[in-house]
Design a protein. Structure first.
Length: 372
């Protein structure tokens, strides 16, 4: 079992991440009735405005847990079959044999084999994941682009497959979750955003969480500084950005308190049923966007230290920002953290990201937060 919260150690750990090179970060750790919130650094490097622990933040692919929960609720209601082929619901989007071979579960756990559409939507990322051959120009070109999700899905579906449906390891792909959003619209008759808002966000009582319709973050928030592996120097602010390029796959805006509340309720079986939660925690190996193999469930994945308790949650990145939320399996200890920079690692001569002090400082913060 972990030790009680140590505010001094947590404050020092957050400060160390800032000193390692993150302009600003904030965190909330919960242990039963104990809550610690802390922040270090600035929300705006030009003005010196400080970050605070209550700020709203773009939380990236943490959105996937919310979308998966909305899908599981429709499974419980009998409107969606977890192991039903997606072609039965969306034959125009995933036609033919492939539509019959890829199930809803394979979309949720990234074993569909469908490619990531992003390098096709953002031409300067065409070589991704060979990041040395990419460039950040598309980020500026598409700051205010309103993408059509059906067109993005088509890019992923027509691109060369990453593998056969159901094969492992799976490959993490936003195409899967844009398809799940279309599935929610098909079976509920409402937009996916409305479905997720009513059935997940409002059901969990989250007051500062939304799927945005425009490029701005309302309320107190930080600027978001993207470095793109040292190719943007100094890092550029992308806090104003149209998130239709990911939609209900990664566009959520939230607070750390809302994230901890959501994952606490989810893991207590109060957002989806205990049997649905059991399905969400059945994992398969998946290659992440950082090209690491992780265990991944249905919009959830486990994180654990050596010989320690298992935590469940999700991480997320956007242009310039990142977040991570994790909750111990018994709900007893929770961490949510947000940073206002991204892709800080520079590349070595072979094009691989070099270690950076930020990585070690964040790992130390996670250890102090999770285990004391």
């Amino acid at each position: 079992m972990n030790n009680p919260l140590d505010p001094a150690a947590l404050e020092a750990a957050v400060e160390n991440v800032h000193r390692a090179g993150v302009p600003g970060l904030f965190a909330e750790v919960r242990d039963g009735d104990q809550v610690w919130r802390g922040a270090a650094g600035v929300a705006d490097v030009a003005t010196g405005r400080p970050v605070t622990a209550g700020m709203r933040h773009r939380v990236g692919s943490i959105t996937k847990t919310f979308t998966a929960a909305a899908v599981l609720q429709q499974v419980e209601a009998g409107w969606i079959g977890l192991d039903t082929p997606i072609g039965r619901y969306l034959p125009a989007l995933v036609p033919g044999e492939r539509g019959e071979a890829i199930t809803v579960r394979m979309l949720l756990d990234h074993t569909s084999g469908l490619a990531e559409y992003l390098p096709y939507a953002y031409p300067s990322l065409k070589a991704y994941p060979a990041i040395a051959d990419t460039g950040p120009q598309s980020l500026d070109d598409h700051r205010f682009t309103r993408f059509d999700p059906v067109e993005l899905i088509a890019m992923g579906v027509t691109a060369p497959a990453f593998g056969s449906p159901g094969g492992t390891p799976g490959v993490y792909s936003n195409t899967n979750y844009l398809l799940l959003a279309q599935l929610l619209e098909q079976v509920t008759g409402a937009t996916a955003e409305r479905c997720i808002t009513e059935n997940v966000i409002e059901r969990a009582g989250l007051r500062d969480t939304e799927l945005p319709s425009g490029p701005y973050v309302d309320g107190p928030h930080s600027q978001l500084y993207e470095a793109w592996f040292g190719m943007i120097d100094p890092p550029r602010d992308y806090s104003v950005f149209d998130m239709s390029w990911v939609g209900p796959s990664a566009s959520l805006i939230s607070t750390l308190s809302d994230l901890n509340r959501f994952y606490g309720l989810l893991l207590a079986g109060e957002i989806v049923s205990p049997s649905s939660l059991e399905q969400m925690r059945r994992t398969v190996p998946v290659v992440s966007q950082e090209l690491r193999t992780i265990d991944y469930g249905l919009g959830l994945h486990p994180m654990e230290g050596p010989g320690q308790a298992t935590f469940w949650g999700h991480g997320g990145t956007v242009w310039g920002g990142g977040a991570l939320a994790m909750t111990r399996a018994d709900g007893g200890r929770q961490l949510a953290v947000a940073v206002n920079t991204q892709r800080w690692n520079r590349l070595d001569s072979s094009g691989l990201p070099q270690p950076h002090p930020i990585d070690q400082a964040l790992a130390a913060l996670y250890r102090v937060a999770m285990y004391g």
